[in-house]
Ligand binder design. Sequence first.
Ligand code: 5RP
Length: 231
Amino acid sequence: MDAREMKVKAAQAALQYVEDGMRLGIGTGSTAEEFVRLLAEKVADGLKVEGVPTSERTARLCLELGVPLKSLDELPQLDLTIDGADELDAALTLIKGGGGALLREKIVASASTQMIVIADETKVVETLGRFPLPIEVNPFGLSSTRIAIDRLAERLGLSGELKLRRSSEDVFTTDGGHYILDAFFGRIPDAEALAVQLNSIPGVVEHGLFINIASFAIIAGPAGARTLKAN
Ligand code: 5RP
């Protein structure tokens, strides 16, 4: 089974949790896009759902495929969000934001009664941090914010480059107009301490650590899809 087939397997399994009439948060990334394609088929067959997209990219795909959309202000409370992840551990703490949508993803998932993560088994790790942690920052004061993040990392015994994300020649800009610093820490032994302290830096808009947000994960491997609950 190749990587795409595993994403489809996870997305198919997640689709079983979608019920008629649900208000859905719809994630961003290649795995979430497989979910959107399958969801669109169900909608074409008569399933009634309303979706809130977590990015402009996801919104475009939903509109193209005929998945009905609303804004989060129109639907401020959602039943279920289905989204991918860049890494997840046994406690279901996630690193997200590889696709740059972490802020909207976190707002949408937090407004949902349940969040199901869909991923292939390569995303499950013992200790988070091999995937660089995306930190969304305000462009104003970028250098000062970078210094503040470096200092807090040092206090927590973390080290690694903070790299300003680029898309080809330009600085990558999120849907909210912010920049992303990718933190190459390698290992994040205490995600909670890091999350709390990142949130205390004024120039940090949001970070990609999702703690106690996911309800469970559907992990696809060559043998099929399995459910992963927090330990
Ligand atoms: C986007 C995300 C994605 O969920 C994450 O990057 C996983 O993407 P993919 O399914 O393409 O591996 O957080 O901001």
